[in-house]
Design a protein. Structure first.
Length: 313
């Protein structure tokens, strides 16, 4: 597999390899400090980012390379240069490209035309690098034996919900997404893809519109912002009202398992998708999760540049 374009493209073996390598980078960040020596990695973002940008730039530096950060309108792509031409040019200068943007199809097209690895650093559809940090966190807390556990995402059926379903399916986990019905529910194709993968891995994919029922017996309660980057401001009032029953608060945490943890990809909006009592409370693992972004992105870059990921066949 040349690129990491979508969470669902990863194989179970890829995820295990990436998480093992990430753990090694957590112990010794500089263990492969020559892997990108004298090479550059482009990081191109048309949306804001705190964690993914910092994680990517520090990951490249720890691998001995030079990160080149490009903001949306820095490139001629904003003035009509085609994605294909951009992909060819970046491939001539850099050893990999991490991109954060709106349309998944733009990222897919870049991957198709670039000769270097292209990494999806978030689109409206997916957020694959985040899920590796999430599962690095989950494995640290619960170990590899996840049989009988339920991993539940509560909130907007957005890019994070799609990635949550796909990664859970790859790992053979019982994953749940609890969101409103209708346009705030996860994409049909994302659910179908996760279900198809789960059939081969023993995973279980559940869509449960009742947040209390979804929280019951869960080992993880996960959420994400209610207004994602690019969501129209005109829809804020309606969207927040529809999502109000899906807030993760002390009552919902109380329905989960006794040892359940709270997770959030961040940035967070206390008082909307989660209360301060939960996100800043003892069951919250958000900082550990955030710092795994660097080790996991470092692992992704390391193995992709070496051509060591197989992808799901
Ligand atoms: N979780 C995440 O992707 O954070 P940023 O938007 O800050 O990169
Ligand atoms: N759903 C959020 C995720 C941020 C990491 C967004 O797309 O803005």
């Amino acid at each position: 597999m040349k690129d990491l374009l979508r969470t669902a493209h990863l194989s179970r073996e890829d995820v295990d390899l990436l998480l093992d390598t990430a753990a090694a980078f957590a112990t010794n960040p500089l263990r492969s400090r020559d892997a990108l020596a004298n090479r550059s990695v482009a990081i191109y973002m048309t949306k804001p980012s705190t964690r993914t940008r910092l994680a990517s730039e520090t990951a490249v530096a720890h691998l001995g390379g030079t990160p080149i950060f490009l903001r949306g309108d820095d490139l001629q792509i904003g003035r009509g240069e085609t994605i294909a031409d951009t992909a060819r040019v970046v491939s001539g200068f850099c050893s990999a490209l991490l991109i954060r943007t709106f349309d998944q199809s733009d990222v897919d097209e870049l991957g198709a035309h670039a000769s270097i690895p292209v990494i999806n650093g978030l689109t409206d559809l997916d957020h694959p690098t985040q899920l590796l940090a999430d599962w690095a966190t989950i494995r640290e807390v619960f170990g590899n034996d996840i049989a009988g556990r339920k991993f539940t995402y509560v909130g907007d059926g957005n890019n994070m919900a799609h990635a949550w379903l796909a990664m859970g399916a790859i790992l053979g986990a019982h994953v749940v997404v609890s969101s409103p019905t209708g346009k705030l529910a996860p994409d049909h194709d994302a659910i179908a893809t996760a279900r198809a993968i789960a059939e081969t891995t023993g995973g279980k994919i559940e869509i449960d519109h009742d947040p209390e029922n979804a929280a019951k017996g869960s080992s993880v309660l996960y959420t994400d912002v209610w207004m994602s980057m690019g969501d129209p401001e005109s829809e804020r009032t309606e969207k927040l009202a529809a999502l109000a029953p899906y807030q993760i608060n002390d009552h919902l945490m109380g329905l989960a398992e006794k040892d359940a943890i709270f997770m959030h990809c961040l940035p967070a909006h206390r008082g909307e998708e989660v209360t301060a009592s939960v996100i800043d409370g003892p069951r919250s693992h958000i900082w550990r999760e955030a710092f795994h972004r660097r080790t996991t992105i470092q692992a992704i870059m390391y193995h992709l540049v070496r051509g060591e990921l197989t992808g799901r066949t």
